[in-house]
Design a protein around this ligand. Structure first.
Ligand code: RB5
Length: 156
């Protein structure tokens, strides 16, 4: 039986133009699974800059206590790099369900990044299925996640 994390009913989505079409599928998938979706754009295939959307989603996720982000660009690389500049963001680029499992179990990742040019929509669904079925294990992993947060506290 899949365990739904406390946070996982609210999903905040964002993509650049390369991820726009895949994001539409992802939103349909989330709707069908009963999630509340807040989509921060982009809203068409017109060219935009992926950092704007990665940062917007990361800010919205970290401002809330219990939310998950899903961000998509061509590869998932640029948008995840940008999202991870936001304090409290733990964006994980996942191309397989195993990445999603480990990102949740060990890294307590709060933002799932995917690539529209590297994953098919059905692969994304499998990644999301695992993501939402997997909880953070805490324990020794909590200490390591804390160290990541200490970096953003201490670096000037
Ligand atoms: C846009 O062409 C592309 O560079 C972007 O979607 C992403 O893949 C960047 O990492």
């Amino acid at each position: 039986m899949a365990h739904e994390d406390c946070n996982d009913r609210i999903v905040i989505t964002g993509s650049d133009h390369a991820g726009f079409e895949a994001k539409s599928h992802v939103i349909d998938y989330l709707d069908h699974r009963g999630f509340s979706v807040l989509d921060l754009g982009t809203h068409s295939s017109d060219p935009v800059d992926y950092p704007d959307y990665g940062v917007a989603v990361a800010k919205a996720v970290t401002e809330r206590k219990n939310a998950t982000g899903i961000i998509i660009c061509g590869t998932g690389i640029g948008i995840s790099i940008a999202a991870n500049k936001v304090k409290g963001a733990r964006a994980a680029l996942c191309t397989t369900p195993f990445h999603a499992e480990m990102a949740r179990k060990h890294n307590d990742a709060n933002i799932l990044a995917m690539g529209a040019r590297t994953s098919t929509v059905s692969e994304m669904e499998a990644i999301m299925d695992t993501w939402f079925a997997t909880s953070f294990e805490g324990g020794r992993h909590q200490k390591r996640v804390n160290k990541i947060h200490e970096l953003t506290e201490n670096i000037r």
